[in-house]
Design a binder for this molecule. Sequence first.
Ligand SMILES: CC(C)[C@H](C(=O)O)[C@@H](O)C(=O)O
Ligand code: SF4
Length: 468
Amino acid sequence: MSPKTLYDKIWDAHLAHEAEDGTCLLYIDRHLVHEVTSPQAFEGLRMAGRDVRAPDKTIAVPDHNVPTTLDRANAATMTEDSRIQVEALDKNAKEFGIHYYPVSDVRQGIVHIVGPEQGWTLPGMTVVCGDSHTATHGAFGALAHGIGTSEVEHVLATQTLIQRKGKNMKVEITGKLRPGVTAKDITLSVIGETGTAGGTGYVIEYCGEAIRDLSMEGRMTVCNMAIEGGARAGLIAPDEKTFEYCMGRPHAPKGAQWEAAMAWWKTLYSDDDAHWDKVVTLKGEDIAPVVTWGTSPEDVLPITANVPAASDFTGGKVDAAQRSLDYMGLTPGTPLSEVEIDTVFIGSCTNGRIEDLRAAAAILKGKKVKEGLRAMIVPGSGLVRAQAEEEGLADIFKEAGFEWRLAGCSMCLAMNPDQLSPGERCAATSNRNFEGRQGRGGRTHLMSPAMAAAAAVTGKLTDVREMM
Ligand SMILES: CC(C)[C@H](C(=O)O)[C@@H](O)C(=O)O
Ligand code: SF4
């Protein structure tokens, strides 16, 4: 048998049909659904008089539009558009009989946090969601594709997805990370290296000692941003940490089924001689705590660097850099550590898990948020929130002056009341810094939770190593 990559193995195990022109039909194990990309899909089923083909494999949760304030049960806290989307999901979940975590359920949260937490996401699966950050689930060694609304309808109706096979890309992070460097710094640094188009047409497998050393939560952070590097999906081969994370979760297999699953999961790695179409290698010890300075996730620099000038770039990037600098209101040559911020957002499917909150709390313990600064922590799920309260993290945040919110996408994107005003500048742990992403005219600097916490204290982009 010819050697295969992990991607090849999962692909082959789910291939239901391959047409002569290479168009394939993949069987889908899990379909995660949120309120933004599903209303028309359910409407399509209704019009065609069809059911959801596999309701037991379909899981829905509202996350993008939901307010994160304590009064959110009051419908008046939502805009009309938001309310319509959330109510449509409530109705569709009930009518079509799929698994559902409504806003009132403690398990509600960001779909990419809820899936793994509840044991819906497991190694070797195909996972889809009408959302680009579905790549997150690849941390389990699952092939996880973000899909569009028409594909959501197709999966709801058939439990299959039409796809063409992507190419194989290996991103290896060798050696150890230095103190203060996290999974977020890895994933941003990779995009800094490859650019936002570097992964186009590929499925990335992240490997190497620094990746193996990450917890499951860190691995989710890395895979979450595969899409920002242009890739179709990101993957990490499952290992003992993966199995341990999955064991005992509500929807993970039990008993003999667990044993059978493990037999398959243990075959999920890339064979030694597997063919890679592209290889990128970074040394773990070369990765610094980084921040973004521009309006693309590839605009990334170590916190010790200065704001670049457009003339530092070549080709099409010169104009793009100038536009970014103008939008971001930054002057070339300014040390990044002197850039003042007025808002801090810690949360999102990239960094809204318990370890992210622990990392932020470790910096914030006994400290105060800089006066005049707005700072919020938004746990990725109700269960993350409950755990953070139990561990005393919530008290640390509140004492420091952070708002302690309910779960949702929140200020990661401007679809709910948590938004930046024009000109406001935010240290954010999310994954996109596009123009207007956090609100019209808002300026976003992406970074790790520890770096965002440090920025909250000083009111400037800050090298977390100075506070460790
Ligand atoms: C709203 C949704 C479709 C979108 C996505 O696909 O990623 C959002 O989650 C985002 O992060 O921009
Ligand atoms: S937290 Fe942000 S990136 Fe993640 S699904 Fe929500 S909007 Fe998209």
